[in-house]
Design a protein around this ligand. Sequence first.
Ligand SMILES: Nc1nc(=O)c2c([nH]1)NC[C@@H]1CN(c3ccc(C(=O)N[C@@H](CCC(=O)O)C(=O)O)cc3)C=[N+]21
Length: 283
Amino acid sequence: MSAQILDGKATAKAIKAELKERVAALRAKGVVPGLGTVLVGDDPGSHSYVNGKHRDCAQVGIESIRRDLSATATQEEIEAAVAELNADPACTGYIVQLPLPKGRYENRVLGLIDPAKDADGLQPSNLGKLVLMEEAPLPCTPRGIVELLNRYDVPLKGAEVVVVGRGVTVGRPLGLLLTRRSENATVTLCHTGTRDLAEHTRHADIVVAGAGVPGLITKDMVKPGAAVLDVGVTRTDDGLAGDVALDVTEVAGYVSPNPGGVGPMTRAMLMVNVVEAAERRLG
Ligand SMILES: Nc1nc(=O)c2c([nH]1)NC[C@@H]1CN(c3ccc(C(=O)N[C@@H](CCC(=O)O)C(=O)O)cc3)C=[N+]21
């Protein structure tokens, strides 16, 4: 038996085709969506992700606005780029690519983003709304994970979900999303302080691994038929390595691979957030 692949690449493509029509409708009404990105430094991974986001924009019909700053950019220069995008009417939504180079205050920068232009759902008042269960732009990776599971009819209601990793972009907001009444999953949030990870994952219907530890989830840790989503990525000498060992497909019911899984879904949800923000302008 071999797991069904949760194909994020194909699903993202279908979502982008739907979005293209919504963008055309917006443009017909005089609203041109524009995504801004603030990228600081020369990390190859970050550059590759940001390039992918702008490629998606071109496919969907969203205008691209780039602010690429050097690795020596100061806190003040980063904050000035944010202020510029807040003021720029052509920019209807934007992101600050994380992580920023060492020594910069990420939380301060996120706090300066105009909440109405927050395409990542990481601005503190929008994250606060998620906690308070009010409507707000949702963080892209968690939203992409929920969307991918829904499109493959993997049931969430009542499901036992183990999330590995407590980061601000994935694990922590994913726990909040999955425990909303609309999803109604039971979530266990595991992290480096978890005493016996396998004990948790072995009972899970769904495992989301976003720890950034290559091969962390092995097949003996997975319940037969469970869904396993690989969200971790580590750059090794042999290329990119995910958190999930390849032979997990022998026991799992569904596997979301990395690459080709949640990454493209994250980008598709960014496009959705930009289109939704532009649609809100029409009222
Ligand atoms: N403010 C902010 N928002 C983010 O959404 C954000 C961020 N910072 N910092 C880093 C993480 C990581 N992330 C990815 C997006 C797409 C792929 C992606 O498309 N991956 C392709 C492969 C692309 C490649 O090979 O470079 C795939 O999985 O198939 C991966 C990772 C967004 N992040």
